[in-house]
Design a protein around this ligand. Structure first.
Ligand code: ADP
Length: 798
């Protein structure tokens, strides 16, 4: 580019820069040299001079210089206070602030070169007058001033209004913007200055009409133009005016006007100048709006970015602090995201784990299980929970409760998400509990004592010993029952006191209760309870110790003890009575004989009396003799011969003795199975059976043989021969049941019973190694049961 630098110092820094950039630089040390240098050289594009010298350069007659070079002023001072008026007065094309920033200088030169290339002739449309060129330069300068003014619209509007006023030599100028059906003066200069901020109806002014129509309007003489509000123009002192609309994006948004005090004060160039200024303002407003909208978008973006960053920070710190292991894998099982706790579990850092698969981190079996779970989740697309054992790198087993789900990446490819929480402690505790429950169950299953687990008045569990105790095959039918339903109603209160929630771990005191077995038998047990955990919940564990045998044994011992003392006593008494009785009986015999001899000497009446007394005395004495005999039997004061006795034969003969009497009172039923022999005295065993049959007879009312029954039964059971005598008689009251085996206990009237029968039976049976017991229900009958050891047949030898 050919340049002319007008400067008193030819080797100045600007000169050096211009030369360095490859420009062809000429120097003029004073303005006087400029004319000849321009004439002598073709095609100088730019003359560079200080602002002070620029005015003189511009004043040179440049009519012959074609093309006219641009004038670039070097302005000293601050950017804030650009000497606008001086620049306009000097009609410079552009300026650069001193000290020169190389970039600025280069930019301005490039800009001027482009302006030249764009060809300002087109804009001027053939107007070659010097005034037009200068105005165009000023307009272009205004454009660069707008850039300097930044994007503050009010500043820009004022700059344009003022520049238009100056260029067109007007008295005032204003920029008005449309606001609904009004206009507002946003920038005013000169004679309009005081109208800043004024509002007018669009339809009431020529400026408003220009806005409404989008047309350039001008009035050469305000006094003679019907469109003009004459009173207003007179007040302001306006003789003529030009208004051009300001358009932005094809819409009229306002207008710029210039006013003159005189009529006919403007020409076409002024109108065109104002039009260009209007376009400049429209473009500036557009830029400002665009900038504003961009700034809004940018600030929205910045806010969104900040929010995103905040969220990201929150998410990151949440994921780093939470105890949950979280990860995302791709369809091939490669980790695409993991949180820090996940990396920590494997003693690694997050980055080093990305891209790794299960097989890279876990033992083969665990990796395979994991992969199968993942594939199943991906295939179903549904979230699923699973418990997985994952060993840590140091080899300890960890159990994880995992929640797996499917998600997708930005491209829509499926990913597998998983969150896992360590439940090792819970699993270990559950396992310990399960083991302890198993051993607890094994313990109570093996206990010989009956155990019942009871909760909320319902049976939950009965151990095998309990089932046997209750004579139940299985817990079926027992589950859901209350334990009280298995207990004799008279013992409910005692049982309830045991079941009443004992303190946890403490055992209640023992209570004796009777249980009702499935077979109808009654068994006595000592009951106690504890509160324990069963199946993880509190329950009452009741233990029942069967004491039926023990009680029976105690009763038998008690009875035997009583009988033995009574027997000793009875033996002594019998012995003492026997001697006097012997001579009483012998004397009686003598007296009877004497009576016979005296028969002929004693009157008949008297003799009969004497015989009656003797007979009654004998009866009494005989009775005493029987009692003494029974007493001696009781005391076993004899040695009986024992043999292997056929029980059924003895039953038959005993029945034969009482059959007659029985016939009047009951049906007699024999239920005799073939039974082994027993070792006994046949006479004694017969005495026992006779006694039981007579007692049965006595318990039955006479005259209703069809309604009553005496059944005698014999059967073999577990090495024993069982004999039962059952009647449907009056039964035995519970309060006397324990005493019937006592000697001399009788409920029969005097003379009918001695109360020795059952005690003798007991003595005989026990002496044979057997047992005698009774079951009875008042009003329904009694069953006396004798069991005697069966004789074991020696094995036959060949
Ligand atoms: P006794 O028959 O002389 O009274 P026992 O020793 O034979 O003496 O019987 C004692 C008591 O047992 C009887 O008085 C009676 O109350 C009761 N008893 C015995 N057997 C029966 C029976 N089969 N039915 C009802 N009560 C009986």
């Amino acid at each position: 580019m050919k340049l002319l630098l007008v400067s008193p110092q030819p080797g100045c820094s600007v000169s050096r820069l211009l030369t360095e950039w490859g420009h062809e630089v000429r120097h003029a040390v004073e303005v006087g040299q400029v004319g000849s240098l321009l004439h002598g050289v073709e095609g100088v594009l730019v003359v560079v001079a200080s602002l002070e010298m620029a005015a003189d350069v511009a004043a040179l007659s440049t009519q012959e210089i074609r093309p006219r070079p641009f004038l670039l002023a070097l302005v000293s001072g601050s950017t804030e206070q650009v000497p606008m008026d001086a620049l306009l007065a000097a009609a410079v094309d552009d300026f650069v602030m001193m000290p020169v920033e190389p970039v600025q200088l280069r930019l301005r030169l490039e800009w001027l070169s482009r302006r030249r290339r764009a060809g300002m002739q087109t804009l001027l449309e053939g107007s070659a007058s010097a005034g037009a060129v200068e105005r165009l330069s000023a307009i272009i300068q205004t454009q660069s001033d707008i850039v300097s003014a930044g994007l503050e619209l009010d500043k820009v509007m004022w700059l344009i209004a003022e520049r238009a006023r100056q260029l067109c030599g007007a008295a005032g100028s204003a920029v008005a913007l449309a606001d609904g059906d009004e206009l507002v003066y946003r920038a005013t200069t000169g004679q309009h200055s005081r109208h800043l901020g004024f509002r007018l109806k669009l339809a009431h002014s020529i400026t408003g009409m220009s806005i409404l129509r989008g047309e350039v309007l001008h009035t050469r003489d305000t006094e003679n133009d019907p469109r003009v509000n004459v009173s207003a123009t007179r007040t302001t002192g306006i003789g003529s005016m030009i208004v051009v609309p300001v358009q932005r994006a094809g819409t009229t948004v306002g207008a710029i006007n210039i006013t003159y005090e005189q009529p006919n004060a403007y020409d076409d160039l002024d109108v065109r100048t104002l039009e260009l200024m209007g376009r400049l303002l429209g473009a500036a407003m557009n830029n400002a709006a665009e900038f504003e909208s961009k700034r809004t978008v940018v600030s929205e973006l910045a806010a969104a970015l900040e929010a995103l960053q905040k969220n990201q920070h929150l998410f990151h710190s949440f994921m780093s602090q939470c105890p949950v292991l979280a990860l995302v894998k791709d369809a091939e099982g490669r980790r695409v995201w993991i949180n820090e706790p996940y990396a920590r579990f494997f003693h690694r850092n997050v980055e080093s784990m990305l891209g790794l698969t299960d097989a890279d981190l876990l033992p083969p079996a665990a990796a395979e299980r994991m992969r199968q779970e993942d594939l199943a989740t991906l295939a179903s697309g549904k979230p699923r929970n699973c418990v997985q054992m994952i060993p840590s790198p140091d080899g300890t087993s960890h159990y994880w409760l995992s929640h797996k789900f499917v998600l997708s990446d930005a491209a829509g490819r499926p990913l597998l998400g998983a969150m896992a929480i360590d439940i090792t402690a819970r699993i270990v505790a559950e396992e310990a509990l399960r083991r302890s429950e198993e051993s607890f169950r094994a313990l109570i299953e093996g206990l010989p004592e009956a155990i019942f687990v009871h909760r909320e008045d319902r049976l939950l569990y009965v151990n095998p010993a309990g089932l046997a105790f209750l004579d139940h095959r299985s817990t079926e039918g027992l589950a859901g029952m209350s334990l009280l339903e298995l207990i004799h109603p008279e013992d409910h209160r005692a049982a309830a006191s045991v079941l009443e929630s004992p303190a946890a771990g403490a055992r209640t005191s023992m209570r004796e209760v009777r249980f009702l077995r499935a077979c109808g038998q009654v068994r006595t047990a000592e009951l106690s309870a504890m509160q324990l955990l069963f199946g993880g919940e509190s329950a009452t564990v009741v233990s029942a110790r069967d004491i039926t045998e023990r009680k029976q044994m105690q009763a038998r011992l008690l009875l035997a003890d009583r009988l033995s003392s009574v027997g000793t006593l009875a033996a002594g008494v019998a012995h003492e009575i026997n001697n006097p009785l012997a001579f009483v009986l012998s004397n009686l015999s003598f007296l009877e004989e004497e009576c016979q001899l005296l028969a002929k000497d004693v009157p008949r009446e008297r003799l009969r009396e004497m015989e009656d007394v003797l007979r009654e005395t004998r009866q009494g004495a005989e009775r005493v003799r029987h009692i003494v005999r029974d007493l001696r039997t009781l005391s076993r004061d004899e040695g009986d011969h024992l043999s292997d006795v056929d029980v059924c034969g003895v039953i038959e003969s005993s029945l034969g003795l009482v059959r007659n009497e029985l016939r009047h009172r009951a049906r007699v039923v024999k239920d005799l199975e073939p039974v082994p022999r027993v070792r006994a005295s046949e006479g004694r065993l017969g005495q026992v059976l006779l006694n039981l049959l007579i007692n049965a007879l006595h318990s039955l009312p006479s005259g209703q043989p069809n309604q009553n029954e005496v059944r005698v039964r014999a059967r073999a059971l577990a090495g024993q021969v069982i004999i039962e005598v059952r009647d449907t008689g009056c039964g035995i009251a519970p309060e006397v049941r324990d005493r019937i085996f006592d000697p001399f206990f009788t409920t029969k009237p005097v003379g009918m019973g001695t109360g020795l029968g059952l005690s003798i039976c007991h003595g005989i049976v026990t002496s044979l190694g057997g047992e005698i017991s009774v079951e009875s229900e008042l009003g329904r009958g009694s069953t006396f049961r004798i069991s005697l050891p069966a004789v074991v047949q020696p094995a036959r030898t060949a």
